[in-house]
Design a protein around this ligand. Structure first.
Ligand code: NDP
Ligand code: 2IT
Length: 444
């Protein structure tokens, strides 16, 4: 595969300082080899790979804001508009101190393939800032969000680029972003998704990523003659994705025994009490350690550790590279049957290899967590027709979309002779649709 190797070598040289982006690019390029091979001459002549790994544009800007003591601060804001071949740019806004150009680019790149897999007309983008909402007052978060949008509004629009939530960006932040956009632009349009229900949000968007992850896991189990009923599930994270993954897993008859945050993790052998977690995380914005103050027989441990708990199914739902080689070895040794990624790229390349070689079924994030952005696209549709669908209607569509994604990635894997390899299936299926549009559009 000379073409892929050349493009990867060039990327490694050009972006040596962007490890997360290189990791995401390597995973995709390595696994699409059988599809590229079939069309190598056409792809190479049209520089398809060189064009697909380079964002259309990357915007970086200054975000000055004032804290409650009157002191000014400056954060960096980003929007990476990666590829709009199949629809307007679409992807979340991450607010976390670790945000940098490499993380923005890896997330934007993944989003291109994920959005393609949803079957809906959305291109790929990502944005964010190194601002940390943790420990800030509501007024400070508002000041930051207004300053962020005062720059970003120039580059987005309902038919141009539609941001949404991600780590650190929830209902509160989206409200402030949307309010400032409306104030500056003077238009009321579906420029954001994940909006509140009173101003154009969609029912079931809050639940969509976690629910979608479980619809995918359910399809996977059923396809292998099994169910979620009675299974022990280990989940990392305690945010939007983790909470609603735990909720749907419980509804489908499984028992979720762990959740975590960046400080530590809880193990509750009786099954996680989700009403309590929602109160701790969604209402009080507190640490997961609060859990054991109520459930004194549950165990709280500082640091990482959820993957050491024996389980049937593991769902990483916190952040990138949170499931590494040793974790994968423990999961295999403990007889874990499936790992489905709720987060974006939570499993390192080495860990993925260990899991797959160890017989663990593995569904990558771009397929498994696509329910969030798919429901965002449903929110865009509702905004366009100025109607709101019922929870059941949206949830049913989400369920159908996740079933289709599973079918698509499993038949694609089969078609290329690697049955059960959902990494290859997802990457090729996502890639082929985008490339088809890129070829149709000419060199642009
Ligand atoms: P939230 O901010 O709601 O929750 C994130 C959770 O992960 C928190 O419990 C947080 O702990 C933990 N976490 C975040 N960063 C780290 C870190 N560096 N180390 C350890 N723990 C960490 O985010 P979401 O639930 O929305 O997102 C979780 C993942 O899912 C991300 O990878 C995101 O990109 C992905 N995703 C999100 C979608 C969505 O619709 N929201 C859609 C598809 C994917 P703490 O609070 O202590 O920081
Ligand atoms: O990673 C993701 O898919 C998201 N954070 C959701 C993006 C969206 O536009 O809903």
């Amino acid at each position: 595969m000379k073409y892929i190797e050349r493009v990867l070598a060039e990327l490694n040289k050009k972006y040596a300082d962007q490890p997360e982006f290189l990791q995401a690019a390597r995973e995709v390029l390595d696994s699409i080899a059988p599809a590229v091979e079939k069309n190598e001459a056409v792809y190479e002549r049209n520089a398809i790979l060189e064009r697909i790994v380079e964002p259309d544009r990357q915007i970086q800007f200054k975000i000055p804001w004032v804290d409650d003591n009157g002191n000014a601060h400056v954060n960096i804001g980003y929007r990476v508009q990666f590829n709009n071949s199949i629809g307007p740019y679409k992807g979340g806004i991450r607010l976390h101190p670790s945000v940098n150009p490499s993380i923005m680019k890896f997330l934007g790149f993944e989003q291109v393939f994920k959005n393609s897999l949803t079957g809906l007309p959305i291109g790929g983008a990502k944005g964010g800032s190194d601002f940390d909402p943790k420990g800030k007052s509501d007024r400070e978060v508002m000041a930051f969000c207004q300053s962020f949008m005062t720059e970003l509004y120039k580059y987005i629009g309902a038919d141009v680029d539609v941001p949404a939530g991600d780590i650190g960006t929830g209902a509160r932040e989206i409200g402030y972003f949307y309010g400032q956009f409306k104030r500056i632009r003077g238009v009321y349009e579906g420029v954001f998704t994940g909006k509140g229900l009173s101003y154009g949000g969609s029912l079931a968007r809050k639940e969509a990523t976690g629910y979608g992850l479980l619809y995918m896991t359910d399809e996977l189990m059923k396809d292998h003659g099994d169910t979620l009923e009675g299974k022990t599930v280990v989940i990392s994270g305690a945010g939007n994705v983790a909470i609603y993954a735990a909720e749907k897993a419980t509804q489908l008859g499984a028992k979720v025994v762990t959740l975590s945050d960046s400080t530590g993790w809880v193990y509750d052998k009786n099954g996680i009490d989700l009403a309590l977690v929602k109160d701790i995380k969604e209402v009080r914005r507190a640490r997961i350690s609060e859990y054991v103050k109520v459930h004194t027989d549950a165990v709280y441990t500082e640091g990482k550790g959820v993957w050491s708990v024996p389980c049937d199914i593991a769902l990483p739902c916190a952040t990138q590279n949170e499931l590494l080689e040793d974790d994968a070895k423990m999961l295999v040794a403990n007889g874990c049957k499936a790992v489905c990624e709720g987060a974006n790229m939570p499993t390192s390349l080495e860990a993925t290899k260990i899991l797959m070689e160890g017989g663990v079924m593995f569904v990558p994030g771009k397929a498994a967590n696509a329910g969030g952005v798919a429901t965002s696209a449903l929110e865009m549709s509702q905004n366009s027709e100025r109607l709101s669908w019922s929870f059941e209607e949206v949830d049913e569509k989400l369920h159908g979309i996740m079933k289709n994604i599973y079918k698509n990635i499993s038949t694609t894997a089969k078609k290329y002779g690697v049955e059960g390899n959902y990494v290859v299936g997802a990457n090729i299926a996502g890639f082929e649709k985008v490339v088809d549009a890129m070829l149709a559009h000419g060199i642009c």
